[in-house]
Ligand binder design. Structure first.
Ligand SMILES: NC(=O)c1ccc[n+]([C@@H]2O[C@H](COP(=O)([O-])OP(=O)(O)OC[C@H]3O[C@@H](n4cnc5c(N)ncnc54)[C@H](OP(=O)(O)O)[C@@H]3O)[C@@H](O)[C@H]2O)c1
Length: 305
């Protein structure tokens, strides 16, 4: 695969991570096609092309991939990780089966390059079903006979994320930052802008071909350390209030009766898990100076922001 401009489709290009990848690919001169199952009209001012594609409706995918040379898959069902089986919003249906359908369509359409956003922990025998679903998706990518890069990020943050920003937002009117669990889970925070740059690097770097790379930022920190750093950058003094996991699981259990629960016990387990990564292979394959947590937070949470 050359280093020139390519037609790059991004499934999940309207999302937090896929959006950053789309912006970076466009900034590097690629022609970006955003695939979306919600709307096909580009937002005003956007120079990107939007095409309709619902990975749960395989018949919608062939047209969407016409002329596409490279496909980035950055899919997550609505309100992930809170599954809503009655609405078809599960890891199995979107992450696993959706990726399988997309990869099959990519193969039929002659796509020559795949980049898949997996997650740290993907494994065939993982105790958690979301990691087994990610593995199933990875298997489809690896088995397609198309040159691929699988990226397995730890935890990604930035403007527009739905984790850190949500907690920090609550601290605007609360004297504390609410946290589920001990706050001691270990993460290797990756700034979303860096994530976009790494995906774009992978597309043109031979060492990224047929590679499976765990992705983490320059530091390994607990969630509490991340929140304290964010509060420091914002100049806000708050304590962190930890809600015990068992209590949260008991409180959210009845919500699973709703068609689209706002929270459920499995999602509580998802958000409190550690996401350790070994970034040595990433550094070797896609060398890039990654932004420190404080440096990145300063670009969107600092004074005057
Ligand atoms: N955020 C993190 O910390 C993190 C860490 C590790 C791995 N990852 C991985 O990164 C990927 C993206 O995560 P994110 O945080 O960017 O999620 P997100 O903001 O929720 O974006 C998910 C995207 O999936 C698309 N989508 C949902 N259902 C679809 C369907 N049926 N057909 C086609 N597209 C569909 C949505 O687009 P439309 O609604 O417009 O169709 C949306 O753009 C996920 O695979 C996640 O596992 C994220």
């Amino acid at each position: 695969m050359g280093t020139g401009s390519q037609v790059v489709a991004i499934a999940g290009g309207t999302g937090f991570v896929g959006g950053a990848i789309a912006r970076e690919m466009a900034a590097r001169g690629h022609r970006v096609v955003v695939l979306t199952h919600r709307k096909t009209a580009a937002p005003s001012g956007s120079t990107l092309e939007y095409r309709a594609a619902d990975v749960t409706r395989p018949e919608s995918l062939a047209t969407a991939l016409a002329d596409v040379e490279a496909l980035v898959i950055s899919l997550a069902f609505r309100n992930s990780p809170v599954e809503a089986p009655r609405r078809g919003q599960t890891f199995e249906l979107v992450d696993a089966a959706g990726t399988e359908a997309l990869v099959a369509a990519a193969k039929a359409s002659g796509v020559r390059r795949l980049i898949y956003m997996s997650g740290a922990g993907a494994a065939p025998d993982a105790p958690k079903h979301w990691f087994r679903a990610k593995w199933r998706a990875e298997e489809a990518v690896r088995g397609a006979g198309i040159t691929y890069t699988i990226l397995r990020p730890s935890w990604i943050y930035g403007p527009g994320d739905r984790s850190l920003n949500r907690f920090l937002g609550m601290s605007r009117w609360l004297p504390f930052v609410p946290q589920i669990g001990s706050g001691r889970q270990l993460l290797s925070p990756v700034f979303v802008v860096d994530m976009g740059a790494l995906a774009a690097d992978a597309l043109i770097t031979p060492a990224g071909e047929n590679a499976i790379l765990e992705v983490g930022g320059p530091e390994t920190l607990t969630m509490d350390q991340v929140i304290r750093a964010a509060l420091r950058v914002m100049g806000r003094r708050r304590f962190i209030l930890h809600a015990p996991v068992v209590v949260m699981k008991v409180l959210t259990a009845p919500l699973t009766l709703l068609p689209a629960p706002p929270m459920r016990p499995s999602a509580i387990e998802f958000v409190v898990q550690s996401a350790p990564v070994d970034t040595a292979p990433l550094t070797a394959a896609l060398p890039r100076r990654l932004t420190t947590l404080t440096g990145a937070l300063g670009t969107y949470l600092g004074p005057g922001r």
